[in-house]
Design a protein around this ligand. Sequence first.
Ligand code: C2E
Ligand code: MG
Ligand code: MG
Length: 461
Amino acid sequence: MRTLFGPHRGARFQSLFDAASGTLACYPQDDALTGLPNRFAFEERFARAIARAHWRGWFPAVVLINIGHFRRINATLGHAMGDNLLRQVARRLSGSLEPNDFVARMSGSEFALALCRLEDPRDTAWKTGLVLDALNKPFEVDDQQLYLPACMGLSVYPEDGLDAETLLRHAGAAAFRAAPGCRQQVVRFTRAIGEAARTRLSLETDMRRALEGHEFRLLYQPQVDPEGRLAGLEALLEWNHPRRGRIAPAEFIPIAEESGMIVPIGAWVLGEACRQNVEWQDTGHAPVRISVNVSAVEFARPDFVHMVTGTLSDTGLNPKWLALEVTESTLMRDVEESVRRMTKLRGLGVRIAIDDFGTGYSSLAYLRRFPLDALKIDRSFLLDVTSGTVTPLVETVIRLAHGLGLRVVAEGVENERQLGALRRAGCDLLQGHLFGQSLPPSTVANSVLCQDRLAAMAPVN
Ligand code: C2E
Ligand code: MG
Ligand code: MG
């Protein structure tokens, strides 16, 4: 596209000639909500700033700013309040500008700042400092004060890109790396960040055909009682990528969550785990409960309970042989709704456990309200077990859980010392490499489901 005319009078429009279609189109240049330039205007102005800077030896830079929590703000305070906040953000950003710099609203809660006349790339530090100061003060809505987390990414010409489009993309990749909520941080683009962004994108693309290509499979890790008897299996997803080989869930689940692919993948996992369980029962094995991990994105969907009910009826699995694992942060997103969903699921007979317990933020008061069956203590808490006793923290969690009528599962049990300490502390179930890694279904059927005990355990002292 090529710009034919400058801005019109009144509302600013840009007329663009689309060479491919031979048509002339008009694009507004202002964002209607904030009055700031929009993406089109930003790219055009920034491209001009780069051309000018090139001849003068300046180092123009772009800061991409993602303001967090916006979906939640719109959902809880309403869109009018959300709009009001965005206008306040726009005013603050405009107020933090130096002459010759400019700011634009790119989309939703994403803003871009162009720093045009930097004679030294290091000057970005104090300029972005002004922006951070502006955003770190509380915002006012409805007599309430709100702090908005912002992720900021920075890219500087010519080191991080030679044109506006590349610099913006690289600033976006850097912003993605900035930890949300870490308000004092502006992340500068690096080659490693660019590489990670490309890997993410290619995994996201590949993931779309992985389901149809049967590249996913479920592995099962045993859970045992303190005597070593099989008490359940946790289904763990694995991706066998045609070029990259096996990819662990920790690498691809976050990408699946962001892209929304976790929804069809999660539905497949649930269906496959239930189907497999029925198959084992049909071939004469004693029934065993299978735990399935559910991500926050799946749990938050309005049709989640319906999807679980449908899968149970399609596969014919008795709900008591299914457990769902959710994390504390998943449940804390909307406590009332979580309680409603969990109540429905438990009404069906499905068990519910909190996974990775201790790594999230749930409070005791909420824990009491959630209709739960078990807590799974995160394996990071077992790393400190170096003597014959668990740490006071683990001991407290076990006592707390039992006080609430919940069972406690310890994950990541790797050695006899941890096992002894957990048994003495009264932990109900154990899971970890000591009793078996994640195993393919054939090994589960031929070995795990046929043994009385998965580990020869000495009696508790
Ligand atoms: P998780 O649900 O907490 O699963 C336990 C993880 O710890 C598994 O890693 C398991 O292989 C590993 N693990 C088990 N025992 C030991 C041990 O003794 N030592 C050590 N070092 N590690 C042990 P994995 O398979 O890489 O899964 C990681 C996470 O990915 C899971 O954590 C879960 O949050 C997620 N995930 C796995 N499968 C699914 C799935 O089907 N759906 C969703 N939404 N998430 C999944
Ligand atoms: Mg789990
Ligand atoms: Mg876990």
